[in-house]
Design a protein around this ligand. Sequence first.
Ligand code: PXP
Length: 252
Amino acid sequence: MAAEKLRLGVNIDHVATIRNARGGPHPDPVRAARLAEAAGADGITAHLREDRRHISDDDITRLCRDIRLPINLEMAATAEMVAIALRHRPHAACIVPERRQERTTEGGLDVRGGGAGLAECVAALGAAGIRVSLFIEAEPAVVDAARALGAPVVELHTGRYCEATGEARRHECARLATAARHARAIGLECHAGHGLSFDSVGPIAAIPEIVELNIGHFLVGEATFGGLESAIRRMRALMDNARAAATGERSA
Ligand code: PXP
């Protein structure tokens, strides 16, 4: 049986972080999105944060207008963000928890405690034809709660896995695999991301129920040394090889 292709969504937030350090237009995240497409990305992910610390409203306008790849808008479940998503109609929206003081998205959504507001947000985006995912911790009960909110997709938080080493990392990987299997079994599409690098991507790419990885910070950092296209191509190859090995196939 042919292995299901594992999609790579390239998150370009930190191209905007570098741009914003000086306040001018360079480097442009939309240019990075074009390069990502040329290098084999399957989608572009961008997080419009409430404080606009990296991606700006204008970046979202230009990404949705000028980039042919599917755009995945990461967003908090707020009325402001829902209105922006409905205006631009990206292919997908990934709802993430957001706290002003955090450096990055530190954990999954509180899908069990966040009930009504989240369900409304999922419904409004879904009704507009936007494919909604919820960024969650890799726990079967949390996966169940995400489905109860009406989301067709979950994205599993890989941060803890990436930070762990040795046996603890293997344990985190097994937890992700169990949650991914459960998501698939109850009819959800399963994505994963956060903190992935050349060293950590293989075991996650090998989990057959995961169909998309969203990767940003490491790729932008690595681009400093060898260029963005080369970093994306290498990540793509590592993902494809790990998936092929796990499903008993050789990649060409
Ligand atoms: N997926 C989600 C939902 C995220 O919030 C982020 C970070 O913005 C990523 C993936 C990508 O994480 P990283 O930049 O660490 O690769």
